[in-house]
Design a protein around this ligand. Sequence first.
Ligand SMILES: Nc1ncnc2c1ncn2[C@@H]1O[C@H](COP(=O)(O)OP(=O)(O)O)[C@@H](O)[C@H]1O
Ligand SMILES: [Mg+2]
Length: 509
Amino acid sequence: MSEVLVDMRSITKRFPGITANYKVNFQVYRGEIHALLGENGAGKSTLMSILSGFYRPDNGEIRIRGKKVNLRSPREALKHGIGMVHQHFRLVEPFSVAENIILGTTGRLQFYLNRREFADRIARFAQSYGITIDPWAKVWQLSVGEKQRIEILKLLYRGADVLILDEPTAVLTPQNVRELFQTLRQMADNGRSIILITHKLQEVMEAADRITVLRKGRNVGTVFKKDVDERELTRMMVERDVLFCTTNPSHDIGPAVLRLEGISVVGDGGIPALKNLSLEVHAGEILGIAGIAGNGQRELAEAVTGLRPVAGGRVIVGGQDLTNQPASRFIEAGVSSVPEDRLGTGLVSNLDLYDNVILKDYRKPPIRRGPFLNHRVAREKASRLVSEFNIQVSDLSYPVRMLSGGNLQRLLLAREISLQPKLIVASYPVRGLDVGATEAVYRLLIELSNAGTAILLVSEDLDELLTLSDRIAVLFRGELMGVVPAREAEIEKLGLMMVGALTVEGRRA
Ligand SMILES: Nc1ncnc2c1ncn2[C@@H]1O[C@H](COP(=O)(O)OP(=O)(O)O)[C@@H](O)[C@H]1O
Ligand SMILES: [Mg+2]
């Protein structure tokens, strides 16, 4: 039926400590929208970075239109008609739209000789894809959606007929998403092929012709959309390889440390991110938050650490009403956090290890002594954490930005745990870590909960949630689909709850 434009065979790509792609086969037909679906870390961006010449595979081969190719750079990939729009745009902000499109092409000189004619040509070119642009607008003036369109046009103008878009809807409003999908369909109808990277099932069902699911670096299967439904895809995305037994031994659960009473939270785009959410996390309990990323998890973690205001409802920590209090009050009340973005909100990459360790308690004795810092006490604390948590550094002035992922996470956990928190909010705590470091983090979380700390664990990995949690709460589009005891949880049901196809009533507290 269809001509195979792209044929990736047995692609393997390793990064230090992790196999991002393992023997992946991936084919794209002419004129199709092919969704590459998988959870965060499944290896989607890596596979497509290989196809677009940004990374070299360790093994495997790539054929374009039946011919074996060696893609040594993005430029070379583009010569074969393959272009990728990355999650972070690569436009030159002070330049005009026309200049950005022309940049790096052979038309550049002619452009500067005859700007008007070129600008008109570009506007017409855009129009032929149903895209309206102002060629003279400066890129910095454009909205995110417009910048994305310019990125797409840039690749089309350079002759790309296989267009890869990496999570293109993450930055768009629902209206813009619809427009984007229409543009993509038009391009596919004109014989181009679109590869749409996403972890959102609704988008796949809306936009794709075929779907390839990656899980933990492997191709789980390629299917026609008409042959599957969201349930089937969820199963492919999240199914467990091995059946764990819960390794978190039964232990005493104490009073509620965190209580959320019907909170509503607004997300970055002004869109409701959490709707009337009520939850409790008890002392000694690990409450897992399951859900496909982008369903309110980030806003939840921010709301319970004081980093994001709530628009309604109450946030109660240890019996104190901390609703819309500053983050410092949450820290004082014993709330610690292991954020998603370790080097953004968690640790300060420009500071050394010593400064990062004392960052949160330099205001208090014993590190604070009158107006001074007691460096001896602070240094002792830093050295103790480094040895207890097995952080591999030569000395305390080691710059944090040079630590490996595992060491970084151990440092962050070490610091947060040393504050003896009553509640820890951990978001994707093992993302990017190798097996050894993952185990160490799991052990720490279990030890902490056994010692009475309440833990709110946000994760996309059901294995992880089932292994660690006492109860699992499922979020879908900012709403609670239900809370189930981890011991009784069935992976199928959790999957259905994650796509909003099932609600479980019952112990919501
Ligand atoms: N440049 C890199 N260096 C080291 N590890 C990487 C790099 N890029 C990706 N990884 C790791 O490879 C795995 C797959 O990542 P990625 O392809 O970005 O997944 P996805 O796009 O599906 O979220 C992840 O564990 C990620 O941390
Ligand atoms: Mg990615």
